[in-house]
Design a protein around this ligand. Structure first.
Ligand SMILES: Cc1cc2nc3c(=O)[nH]c(=O)nc-3n(C[C@H](O)[C@H](O)[C@H](O)COP(=O)(O)OP(=O)(O)OC[C@H]3O[C@@H](n4cnc5c(N)ncnc54)[C@H](O)[C@@H]3O)c2cc1C
Length: 424
């Protein structure tokens, strides 16, 4: 367990007299919130891993081992004034958190940003705890797929689609079968047929066999997302499919501390008011990101937007107290960018559906990896080998959110000027 940042810096800045804001979880939403509040309140960020895991790049990191270290970013440069503590919160009490080792830390405000878990899946932000274990996990995936002649992917959501694309980029001969219980890929409310069809056409063109409307029922432990050994699975209609390696890529689950005061939705997410304050708890509790029912789709982009809005409310809460009027957070429409390897993929943006050229340019090429290294305070991902980077100036913070916002909020005219035809 380690501490970075810590109180001497806070004392220098005079933050020791400020309210303590405890953020549980240093994923995409938690890091954005912590960084935004770093100079304004006394931030304590508690995260169970010793590294920020860039899960957006995890599938490529597993398939291409030289890229694996780039998905593991230290927390050491994230905060200038606040405190980073590597520990697991097991209980959230009225005014303090309890850690797995029994230590207790008090707070004035507490934000739950514990995100999602894919069980032991190698793309899950919630496991394992150390960067070295993570590298070993990614290497194991690489070694297993390299030796395989057939791969079975269960799940037609973004993870299953992107995994098929990453595998085909480096192993064009491997037989890949993707089984979806839905009649289309990315089956969810609000997803456009044109977007689904583009993704299906591109995967088929790469030789991925797509099986729709078949729900796998047995042959593999479906409760455990991630990689499984050679198996033959059986669907509800009695069909069987086999693979030398099987990946279960079905829906993620909410991650939460073992004991907490939060009211949960039927899906197990923390209920929050429009202000992102927890529903039905004492006023000092807030939640955001994938663990909370905010009304947004669950992704890193929306988590960062929520963090920006919540930071303002936390400052107001700290200055004016529990009866302060907080501002409502405005939901933004769903948006997805799903690469298929480096060069293909499709996106659904507020103004329409876009194709490979845009998807590759904004995401497929490096999966936002370089930008997250910068947002974590490093010059570039080269610091994954040489830990000599100096911190960035404050002008550099928040650039990921700015760039993602610029992409998501493009209007059709600007899009065409910058990227040409929507269909490309
Ligand atoms: C392959 C893949 C590609 C993706 N691509 C995109 C994309 O292009 N764009 C996009 O916007 N989103 C993308 N996503 C989704 C995105 O990763 C999630 O929506 C995002 O991780 C949610 O952020 P979060 O901060 O809410 O939670 P998380 O990222 O899950 O972070 C939660 C953190 O809390 C920590 N934690 C949990 N419990 C405790 C505890 N009790 N004590 C201490 N720490 C704890 C965890 O270790 C974790 O670090 C992708 C996901 C995957 C798997």
């Amino acid at each position: 367990m380690g501490l970075c940042g810590s109180s001497p810096a806070a004392t220098k800045k005079g933050l020791e007299s400020k309210k303590v804001v405890m953020i549980i979880g240093g994923g995409y939403a938690g890091i954005k919130l912590a960084k935004t509040l770093d100079t304004k309140v006394n931030v304590v960020l508690i995260e169970k891993k010793d590294h920020f895991f860039h899960s957006i790049g995890s599938l490529r990191g597993a398939v291409q081992p030289d890229l694996a270290p780039k998905q593991i970013i230290p927390y050491s440069k994230l905060l200038t004034h606040g405190t980073f503590l590597q520990a697991t919160v097991v209980e959230v009490q009225e005014q303090q958190v309890v850690l797995a080792d029994g230590r207790k830390f008090p707070f004035d405000a507490c934000v739950c940003a514990t995100g999602w878990t894919g069980g032991t899946a190698f793309w899950s932000t919630n496991s394992p705890a150390s960067g070295n274990e993570r590298l070993a996990q990614l290497k194991e995936v690489h070694d297993r797929v390299k030796a395989a002649t057939s791969v079975l992917i269960i799940g037609g959501g973004a993870v299953g689609i992107e995994l098929a694309g990453e595998l085909k980029d480096v192993m064009s001969d491997v037989k890949i079968t993707l089984i979806s219980s839905g009649e289309k890929l990315m089956s969810a409310p609000g997803v456009k047929a044109k977007f689904q069809e583009k993704l299906a056409a591109q995967l088929s063109k790469r030789g991925v066999e797509l099986v729709f409307g078949e729900r796998v029922e047995s042959g593999v432990d479906l409760s455990n997302a991630g990689m499984h050994p050679a198996s033959t699975v059986t669907t509800a209609s009695g069909k069987t499919f086999s693979g030398d390696v099987v990946f279960v890529c079905t829906g993620p689950k909410t991650a939460l501390p073992e004991k907490h005061p939060f009211a949960l939705s039927d899906q197990g997410q923390i209920l929050v008011e429009k202000t992102l304050r927890c529903t039905g708890t004492a006023p000092q509790f807030f939640a955001l990101g994938d663990c909370a029912q905010t009304g947004d789709v669950k992704n890193a982009y929306h988590g960062a937007l929520q963090a920006t809005a919540l930071a303002k409310n936390i400052v107001t809460f700290c200055e004016k107290g529990p009866t302060a009027t907080l501002a409502p957070y405005a939901n933004t429409p769903p948006a997805f960018i799903v690469p298929i390897g480096r060069k293909d993929g499709a996106g659904q943006l507020p103004f329409g559906v876009v194709g490979s050229m845009f998807t590759s340019a904004v995401k497929g090429k490096d999966l936002f990896t370089e930008q997250f290294w910068k947002d974590m305070g490093f010059k570039s991902s080269k610091d994954s080998q040489a830990h000599t980077a100096s911190a960035l100036s404050s002008d550099d913070t928040g650039r990921v959110e700015k760039r993602m916002s610029a992409i998501m909020n493009l209007d059709e005219e600007t899009f065409k000027k910058e990227y040409g035809s929507l269909e490309a």
